[in-house]
Design a binder for this molecule. Structure first.
Ligand code: GTP
Ligand code: MG
Length: 344
């Protein structure tokens, strides 16, 4: 029997790639485009994540995305750091993701943390696409702000276009060396067998409509079944970071991928030595971008439903670990939940 609260949750998209290849800029561009679409309020900044609703995606992608073709609610992006020292965090992000975007600087091609990200994606079996970023730096480029790649391609000189193509085929070759058959995304028929490469610019926004369209299409096509959750069920998530927060002590930045977590819930969190059983004192979300400079950096919320990023304040979190599972006990057997967390 289907639970009445069953719903399709937002797919979690990890953005991975080498340092400075443009992961954060790409997310900034998506946020910025939403603002210029008059949808500033639509995009919500979560802890460690950015939620982009379907309507906003459709606004940015224009004719490429008809919202009527989709029933997934949007995409939840997790940014990850490219610097080599953050390998744990990348690994967490990769493991948590339903799907990933591997950002590769089109001039630099594969670099050490690109390879590392590929290994994470292989290990976790996460489907991914490649965003070949910074196409606007191609010599002789004639930028077409925010346009789909076909439009922008048609506006380039033969010279600029063939320079870009050379770089793109270099990346396709590097993917092939890593064991992935890949091609420019519009040539890919079966995204389960081939990795699609999407040329983009995080500065001009060119190709961003394509990137969102491909991500939405892939999620809808291959991940819809996995997205069906009992939204009101006891929440489950993964710790991205353990942080000290003034006035709250040790807190957890968590991405929830199942159910709901509420203030006052008893939770089990993976710890350094043993699972921690504690009670949620506060659930915190960052203030909207416009208010970020105010004294209080967070808003308190009563509950959070997956998929979402949230900061959890609770006693006894000192021994919690990045990457650890978080489980709400609620009406479940406490010992069973503890055993669950212990075995993860
Ligand atoms: P880490 O978080 O440190 O791993 O880097 P990142 O991948 O998030 O890169 P970030 O977005 O911080 O961009 C690095 C630099 O590249 C910045 O100076 C950006 O302005 C620049 N940059 C990113 N994307 C583009 C692009 O599409 N075109 C151009 N011209 N510059 C870009
Ligand atoms: Mg960054």
């Amino acid at each position: 029997t289907r639970d009445r609260s069953e719903a399709l949750r937002t797919p979690i998209v990890a953005v991975l790639g080498h340092v400075d290849h443009g992961k954060t800029s790409l997310l900034d561009k998506i946020r910025g485009s939403a603002v210029s679409e008059g949808e500033a309020g639509a995009i919500t900044q979560h802890i460690g994540a950015t939620a982009v609703p379907l309507d906003t995606i459709s606004g940015i992608a224009g004719s490429l995305v008809d919202p009527d073709d989709f029933d997934l609610p949007g995409l939840l992006f997790i940014d990850t750091p490219g610097h080599h020292s953050f390998s744990t965090l990348r690994s967490r992000g990769g493991a948590l993701a339903d799907i990933a975007v591997l950002v590769v600087d089109v001039n630099d091609g594969f670099q050490p943390q690109t390879e590392e990200a590929i290994d994470i994606l292989k290990r976790t079996g996460t489907p991914f696409i490649v965003a070949a970023n910074k196409i606007d730096t191609t010599p002789g480029w004639n930028p077409q702000d925010g346009e789909p790649i076909q439009v922008t391609y048609d506006s380039q000189s033969d010279r600029a276009r063939s320079r870009l193509d050379e770089n793109l085929y270099e990346i396709i070759g590097q993917l092939s060396d890593s064991g992935f058959s890949a091609d420019l995304y519009w040539r890919v028929q079966d995204f389960q067998a081939n990795v699609g490469v999407v040329p983009v610019s995080a500065v001009t926004g060119e190709g961003v409509p394509d990137l969102l369209t491909v991500l939405m299409g892939l999620s809808q096509r291959y991940m819809k079944d996995q997205m069906a959750i009992d939204v009101e069920g006891p929440g489950a998530g993964t710790v991205l970071e353990v942080k000290e927060e003034k006035g709250f002590g040790t807190t957890l930045d968590v991405v929830m991928y199942d159910g709901t977590i509420r203030e006052g819930d008893e939770i089990v969190v993976g710890g350094m030595h043993e699972p921690i059983v504690t009670e949620v004192r506060a659930l915190l979300q960052p203030k909207p971008l416009a208010e970020i400079r105010t004294e209080k950096r967070f808003d308190r919320v009563d509950s959070v439903a997956a998929a979402a990023g949230v900061k959890i304040a609770a006693p006894d979190l000192e021994d919690a670990m990045a990457g650890a599972p978080v489980r709400v006990i609620r009406d479940r057997d406490r010992e069973a939940v503890i055993a669950d967390v212990e075995s993860e």
